[in-house]
Design a binder for this molecule. Sequence first.
Ligand code: NDP
Length: 286
Amino acid sequence: MDTHILDGKKVAELVRAEWKVRADKLVQLGVKPGLAVIIVGNNAASAIYVRNKIKACGDIGIYSEVHSFPENAAQDEVLACIQSLNENPHIHGILVQLPLPAHFENNRVITSIATEKDVDGFHLYNVGALVTGNTAFSPCTPYGVMVMLEKNHIPIEGQHAVVVGRSNIVGKPMALMLLEQGATVTICTSKTRDLSQFTKNADILVVATGKPRMITAKMVKPGAVVVDVGINRLPDGKLCGDVDFESVKEIVSYITPVPGGVGPMTITMLLCNTILAAERAQASIK
Ligand code: NDP
């Protein structure tokens, strides 16, 4: 099988170059896109994600600021910070890095973000907009997958897409976006009986389980397109996906590597959503 590797780094570069033009145009109009990131607690992975997001903002010309709170911060303090960012005209996007400490109510915090600044697309209003096909901000990871498929001219309409995983940030929005583009969608979870009976029938298989290399070659249809969202750290410190890349790549038409597949697209789409939010803000004051 002639397998194509879906190179997330390359597509991310291309997309960032396209959107940098839009960011530069805003700057010429006197509007610098601005992103505020809120982080609560000492989660090491979250700290790395935030650092990467801030660096990517600088590279594309987005102003960014981080608001850090200690693990024992009161929810009201964070809500007050979000409120002031909602009212700050220099901030077009607000992102709360998840997970929040256990004493926080996720939905209360996320729904306090102004819907037009919800660049992660997690506000219940924006989730509803996605469900009804009126997407305002697409959640970054599944949005990145869709853009990667599009840029590689992979058809979606009429295809059977199987999404393994049903989280609010990946699996569910992924399934909705594929559905919106005309795929016939099956969603599998940890409760699915005989998973391979579904995965073997997928023209497009998206896996987001957090279970290292759980999808093996015998679970995949020859010629399928396989997108591996998973990022798992192995005991030896190396990263791997939820798909057994080495065996699966031998039989499929397209596959994403880990690292270097979906990962670089996620941050890219956050940048795009922030620039989009700034464009909308600029258009509304004309
Ligand atoms: P969650 O833990 O929130 O969800 C995992 C989902 O996988 C659940 O719906 C679960 O089912 C399902 N699942 C777990 N085991 C199985 C199994 N054996 N068979 C079928 N389904 C199973 O994870 P996330 O969605 O947040 O993340 C998934 C992976 O993607 C992780 O590795 C994460 O690190 C990575 N990730 C990568 C990103 C990127 O930018 N590349 C961004 C976000 C996440 P159930 O609901 O029944 O428990």
